[in-house]
Design a protein. Structure first.
Length: 159
Protein backbone atom coordinates (compact mmCIF):
# COMPACT_ATOMS: atom_id res chain seq x y z
CA UNK A 1 0.00 0.00 0.00
CA UNK A 2 1.35 3.44 -0.89
CA UNK A 3 1.99 5.83 2.00
CA UNK A 4 -0.81 8.16 0.85
CA UNK A 5 -3.26 5.25 0.79
CA UNK A 6 -2.08 4.07 4.21
CA UNK A 7 -2.48 7.57 5.67
CA UNK A 8 -5.97 7.93 4.20
CA UNK A 9 -6.93 4.52 5.58
CA UNK A 10 -5.66 5.50 9.06
CA UNK A 11 -7.73 8.69 8.97
CA UNK A 12 -10.94 7.05 7.77
CA UNK A 13 -13.77 7.30 10.36
CA UNK A 14 -14.32 3.52 10.32
CA UNK A 15 -10.65 2.86 11.07
CA UNK A 16 -10.57 5.52 13.79
CA UNK A 17 -13.60 4.00 15.50
CA UNK A 18 -12.24 0.45 15.31
CA UNK A 19 -8.73 1.52 16.41
CA UNK A 20 -10.11 3.55 19.30
CA UNK A 21 -12.15 0.55 20.44
CA UNK A 22 -9.14 -1.75 20.12
CA UNK A 23 -6.93 0.65 22.07
CA UNK A 24 -9.44 1.03 24.90
CA UNK A 25 -10.40 -2.65 25.20
CA UNK A 26 -6.90 -4.07 24.85
CA UNK A 27 -5.48 -1.55 27.34
CA UNK A 28 -8.12 -2.63 29.85
CA UNK A 29 -7.49 -6.31 29.04
CA UNK A 30 -3.77 -6.06 29.86
CA UNK A 31 -3.74 -3.51 32.68
CA UNK A 32 -7.22 -3.70 34.24
CA UNK A 33 -7.35 0.10 33.95
CA UNK A 34 -9.51 2.36 31.82
CA UNK A 35 -7.74 4.30 29.08
CA UNK A 36 -10.53 6.89 29.26
CA UNK A 37 -12.20 7.87 32.51
CA UNK A 38 -15.40 9.03 30.83
CA UNK A 39 -18.24 6.95 29.49
CA UNK A 40 -21.16 7.75 27.26
CA UNK A 41 -19.07 10.11 25.13
CA UNK A 42 -17.85 9.95 21.55
CA UNK A 43 -14.99 7.48 21.97
CA UNK A 44 -13.04 8.70 18.94
CA UNK A 45 -13.20 12.35 20.01
CA UNK A 46 -12.49 11.60 23.66
CA UNK A 47 -9.34 9.67 22.79
CA UNK A 48 -8.25 12.25 20.20
CA UNK A 49 -8.56 15.03 22.77
CA UNK A 50 -7.20 13.19 25.82
CA UNK A 51 -4.69 15.19 27.93
CA UNK A 52 -2.05 12.47 27.50
CA UNK A 53 -0.35 11.14 24.38
CA UNK A 54 -1.61 7.91 22.80
CA UNK A 55 -0.06 6.41 19.67
CA UNK A 56 0.02 3.01 18.04
CA UNK A 57 1.79 1.18 15.29
CA UNK A 58 0.69 -1.75 13.18
CA UNK A 59 2.00 -5.31 13.34
CA UNK A 60 4.28 -5.15 10.28
CA UNK A 61 7.85 -6.40 10.54
CA UNK A 62 8.93 -2.73 10.42
CA UNK A 63 5.88 -1.25 12.21
CA UNK A 64 4.31 1.96 10.92
CA UNK A 65 2.49 4.44 13.10
CA UNK A 66 -1.22 4.07 12.38
CA UNK A 67 -2.69 6.21 15.16
CA UNK A 68 -1.70 9.31 17.11
CA UNK A 69 -4.00 11.50 19.15
CA UNK A 70 -3.63 15.28 19.26
CA UNK A 71 -1.33 15.25 22.30
CA UNK A 72 0.98 12.70 20.63
CA UNK A 73 1.13 14.77 17.46
CA UNK A 74 1.94 17.87 19.48
CA UNK A 75 4.57 16.04 21.52
CA UNK A 76 6.33 14.77 18.39
CA UNK A 77 5.83 18.12 16.63
CA UNK A 78 4.03 16.54 13.69
CA UNK A 79 0.85 16.71 11.69
CA UNK A 80 -1.03 13.44 11.17
CA UNK A 81 0.35 13.25 7.62
CA UNK A 82 3.90 13.35 9.04
CA UNK A 83 3.45 10.70 11.72
CA UNK A 84 1.10 8.19 10.11
CA UNK A 85 3.02 5.69 7.96
CA UNK A 86 6.30 6.70 9.64
CA UNK A 87 8.21 3.63 10.84
CA UNK A 88 7.88 3.82 14.61
CA UNK A 89 11.57 2.99 15.04
CA UNK A 90 12.30 6.56 13.92
CA UNK A 91 10.75 7.86 17.11
CA UNK A 92 13.82 6.62 19.03
CA UNK A 93 17.43 7.73 18.77
CA UNK A 94 19.50 5.58 16.37
CA UNK A 95 21.78 4.28 19.11
CA UNK A 96 18.77 3.25 21.17
CA UNK A 97 16.86 1.46 18.40
CA UNK A 98 18.32 -1.95 19.25
CA UNK A 99 17.31 -1.54 22.90
CA UNK A 100 13.87 -0.35 21.74
CA UNK A 101 13.48 -3.46 19.57
CA UNK A 102 14.27 -5.67 22.58
CA UNK A 103 11.81 -3.70 24.70
CA UNK A 104 9.05 -4.15 22.11
CA UNK A 105 9.81 -7.88 22.04
CA UNK A 106 9.27 -7.96 25.82
CA UNK A 107 5.92 -6.21 25.37
CA UNK A 108 4.96 -8.72 22.67
CA UNK A 109 5.84 -11.57 25.03
CA UNK A 110 4.20 -10.24 28.22
CA UNK A 111 1.29 -8.20 26.84
CA UNK A 112 2.30 -4.86 28.35
CA UNK A 113 4.92 -3.01 30.33
CA UNK A 114 4.17 -0.01 32.50
CA UNK A 115 6.18 2.78 34.06
CA UNK A 116 8.43 2.88 30.99
CA UNK A 117 10.73 5.79 30.30
CA UNK A 118 12.96 6.56 27.35
CA UNK A 119 14.25 9.26 25.04
CA UNK A 120 12.24 10.10 21.92
CA UNK A 121 12.80 12.41 18.97
CA UNK A 122 10.46 15.12 17.69
CA UNK A 123 10.23 16.07 14.02
CA UNK A 124 12.55 19.06 14.54
CA UNK A 125 15.22 16.76 16.01
CA UNK A 126 14.71 17.85 19.61
CA UNK A 127 14.81 15.10 22.21
CA UNK A 128 12.41 14.54 25.07
CA UNK A 129 12.18 12.03 27.87
CA UNK A 130 8.93 10.12 28.18
CA UNK A 131 8.06 8.96 31.67
CA UNK A 132 5.28 6.89 33.24
CA UNK A 133 4.47 5.35 29.86
CA UNK A 134 2.63 2.10 29.35
CA UNK A 135 3.18 0.09 26.17
CA UNK A 136 0.76 -2.70 25.34
CA UNK A 137 -0.19 -5.16 22.63
CA UNK A 138 -3.22 -4.03 20.65
CA UNK A 139 -5.46 -7.06 20.27
CA UNK A 140 -9.06 -7.93 19.60
CA UNK A 141 -9.87 -9.42 22.99
CA UNK A 142 -12.51 -11.73 21.51
CA UNK A 143 -10.46 -13.23 18.67
CA UNK A 144 -6.97 -12.57 20.15
CA UNK A 145 -5.94 -11.18 16.75
CA UNK A 146 -2.85 -8.99 17.14
CA UNK A 147 -2.93 -5.53 15.54
CA UNK A 148 0.33 -4.02 16.80
CA UNK A 149 1.36 -2.10 19.89
CA UNK A 150 0.37 1.18 21.51
CA UNK A 151 1.70 3.61 24.07
CA UNK A 152 0.15 6.01 26.53
CA UNK A 153 2.59 8.73 27.62
CA UNK A 154 1.51 10.43 30.81
CA UNK A 155 4.56 12.59 31.47
CA UNK A 156 7.46 13.98 29.46
CA UNK A 157 10.13 16.65 29.62
CA UNK A 158 12.36 18.33 27.07
CA UNK A 159 16.04 17.44 27.12
Amino acid sequence: MQNEDFIKACQHPDFLLKQSQLLVTSYHHWTGLNLLETSGVDLVQALQNAPYAVASHNADADPLFNYANQQALQLFGMQAEDMLALPSRYSAEPMLREARAEFLHQVATHGYIDNYSGVRIAKDGSRFLIEQATVWNVIDIKTKEHFGQAVIIKAWKAL
